[in-house]
Design a protein around this ligand. Sequence first.
Ligand SMILES: Cc1ncc(COP(=O)(O)O)c(C=O)c1O
Length: 395
Amino acid sequence: MEPKLHFATRAIHASQPSDPSTGALIAPIYQTSTFEQEGPGVNLGFDYSRTNNPTRQRLEEVLADLEGVAHCAVFASGLAAEHAVLHAYLRPHDEIVVPLDVYGGTFRLLNRVFAGFDLTITPVDTANLDAVRAAITKRTRLVWLETPTNPRLIVSDIRAIASIAHEQGALVVVDNTFATPVLQQPFSLGADIVVHSVTKYLAGHSDLIQGAALARDAAIFEPIKFLQNAIGAVPAPLDCWLTLRGLKTLELRVQRHVQNASRIAGALLAHPKVKRVYYPGLANHPGHDIATRQMDGFGGMVSFELDGSIEDVVAFVSNRRLFTLGESLGGVKSLICHPARMTHASIPAERRAAAGLSDTLVRLSPGIEHPDDLITDLIAGLHAVDVPRNELITA
Ligand SMILES: Cc1ncc(COP(=O)(O)O)c(C=O)c1O
């Protein structure tokens, strides 16, 4: 038997032979809506690109390989992938357990798009196993995990939660966007379904929107796959090809993102204008031990509380030289965000406060630039916070 290939090798070789008809090293983009049929219903495995497309199929095979399962469906966005999973598994009056600081778009999907379902949505501190155990009932259909969470970077024990959820007959969905399969393999820890905002680290270059849903086995996957075609929120072949290209450098990029995040977390920790740093790699992070066990690196994201007013935060995030103010994360170019006013603005203020998501929280998505330059940019911004406001205005 051939030895199993390493992650970095599979990202380049899995399902990616040279094109058999031309020898092209890199497979072409099958930019077509439909396929010629030899006779009615007689085709080469493809009939219409909403249902299936060769470029998309290749991407699905590579992503499945990297997450260690056989089943993947890609979608036009991360939220479209989440929608398919929720639609496949939630029935009226079901219960779903979600992290306290679940991504705002997931929260909106559950509360607004599924409003007619009369769901019981139970936000829980998923880092606290007793709280998770208490929240799951016989009516809980799904336990939704993000680990690390967006933006507080709370770490949850996937293996322990999967075992608690499975005892009650609930399925465990892990949003693996922040960790990526380079750092965390949720299926090996007991997850049933994994979702991704491919938009982020997987595609990696901030140039497309895409999502993925993967499942441990065929029976769990089947309704999700059905909805991919039936609802039709599918990505374009060009975007699938771009993700295939991005995946080839995923491991290298993620390693650099992690190095940069770790250096930045250390620099912020030492700064008097920073009240608190959230990074699972810090020994005082409450999820540090679990992250050490369940991840192969502490992730590329860093969040922190600025010691200042909300105006100071706005000035800080708006005036960086290298950190561009913008939604999203996981690209090669650094991004900065003010979750309370941006990514998490769709969560009501009281719920944000209950989740510990303060108005002075800043989220950083360090890119793969040189860490010294990124740190210099952040320190310059923190220095400006020290300057009295009237000086700032007249300067
Ligand atoms: C953790 C997480 N999950 C899901 C999504 C949704 O993905 P998309 O924006 O690709 O629809 C996001 C987007 O920011 C996210 O951060």
